[in-house]
Design a protein around this ligand. Structure first.
Ligand SMILES: Cc1ncc(COP(=O)(O)O)c(C=O)c1O
Length: 403
């Protein structure tokens, strides 16, 4: 299927401000239909979920629709979709529950590739229980995380393996089915951080072997909230702290307090928007077609960028894994990435510099806490954006030689 980026861009009011957005991995721009769904929910009669008044039924319908939409996005069970404030806060919440039975001698495996949201909650939960953290290192030269590196750390005491679906720093997409199969063979649960992956690839939680899959709608054209998908049967075995009067039903018992109905409506609208790019039909089928087209579109632009920066003197590209998202991390000989960030921003090209909370990965690459310049692609990027980026980078590189 061909991808009509001009038609896609027409849905993004923010693009009218004129910037070329390569900052999608930090949070994507939002289509008009998502904003409209948020506004419609805020202006419709709404109350707490219930069945007596129309306002209560509206709130209930919004929640159920959002669970169904997220389930379609990941091919999960709507009854196992948990919403929360962010992937980080949900990971902390679940780390507390999942670690409740851990003690000295128990082990949790985390990888060095992760965003800190999939490290610190586990490290801190392990410390609180006297459990041990095992670190799976990726190869800094290739950016690859070899499943056997994870496998070598597993034992019958491994309780959980926390692994990313894709690195938000260098784009590496680890071989999740291989890693999760090893974890399951050792009797461990798998917690997959899908926040970066889901913006760029079709996800099937069962095929990935994710017992828990965390993601954030604001990375895939939706509003700022988070979700975790697990099987309802697995959620039934877990008992988080909760208020006495709140329901003990699954998945609600994991959703402390009142849900942000307007953000859930926006999440549904974002998923529907993505599915619509696939040309209609059942939502999951539309998503499959759309994500394939988005992946092909983003990969083509990524290759253009890679080809362009290859010719620039003094530029190192750290995104090298065989399978990776269209997310490039660059550093510059004798020039600060932070200066490139500002230089590009002055030219209307938004590509931030930093380590983007993937602190362990940045340090492991030898980039300290500073990281590099991150160029991330989203469905609304076009060739003109890439032209502007490459022109800006070439100009920045010339400031080095003339300095
Ligand atoms: C890979 C990855 N994991 C987790 C997070 C944290 O997500 P949230 O902001 O929803 O807590 C991010 C945010 O940038 C991310 O890129």
């Amino acid at each position: 299927m061909s991808f009509d980026v001009t038609a896609v861009r027409a849905h993004f009011p923010a693009l009218a401000a004129g910037a070329a957005h390569f900052d999608g991995p930090g949070g994507s721009q939002v289509p008009d239909v998502v904003a409209a769904a948020v506004a419609a929910t805020m202006t419709a009669p709404m109350a707490n979920r219930g069945q007596v008044t129309q306002a209560e039924r509206n709130a209930d319908a919004v929640v159920l629709a959002a669970r169904a939409a997220v389930a379609d996005l990941v091919d999960g069970d709507a009854g196992g979709v948990v919403f929360g404030r962010s992937a980080t806060s949900l990971t902390y919440d679940f780390a507390r529950v999942l670690s409740a039975g851990w003690g000295p001698g128990d082990e949790v495996v985390v990888t060095r590739l992760e965003h800190d949201a999939n490290i610190r909650p586990w490290v801190q939960a392990a410390a609180a229980r006297g459990a041990t953290v095992r670190w799976a290192e990726f190869d800094p030269a290739t950016g690859e995380l070899d499943p056997s590196t994870v496998g070598a750390l597993l034992s019958e005491r491994t309780r959980l393996v926390a692994v990313t679906g894709a690195s938000n720093l260098i784009g590496t997409r680890p071989d999740l089915p291989a890693i999760t199969a090893l974890a399951h063979a050792a009797g461990a649960w798998t917690w997959v951080d899908g926040v970066h992956l889901i913006a760029h690839a079709m996800v099937d939680v069962a095929a990935l072997g994710a017992d828990f899959f965390a993601c954030s709608p604001y990375k895939f054209l939706g509003p700022h909230c988070g979700c975790v998908i697990a099987s309802p049967a697995l959620l039934e075995t877990l008992h988080p702290d909760k208020l006495l009067p709140s329901t003990d039903a699954v998945p609600e018992r994991f959703e402390v307090g009142t849900l942000p109905y307007e953000l859930l409506a926006g999440t549904t609208a974002a998923i529907d928007f993505l599915a619509s790019l696939g040309g209609g039909g059942p939502r999951r089928a539309g998503l499959e077609t759309a994500m394939d087209a988005i992946e092909a579109h983003e990969d083509r632009l990524r290759e253009r960028i890679e080809g362009g920066v290859r010719n620039l003197p003094g530029v190192t590209v750290w995104s090298r894994a065989e399978r990776r998202t269209p997310t490039l991390l660059l550093t510059f000989a004798d020039q600060d990435a932070a200066d490139a960030y500002r230089f590009l921003a002055e030219r209307g090209v938004n590509a931030p510099a930093g380590s983007f909370y993937a602190l362990e990965a940045s340090r492991w690459l030898g980039l300290g806490d500073t990281g590099g310049l991150r160029i991330g692609l989203a469905p609304y990027n076009n060739d003109a954006d890439v032209d502007r980026l490459l022109a800006g980078l070439a100009e920045f590189s010339r400031t080095r030689r003339s300095a």
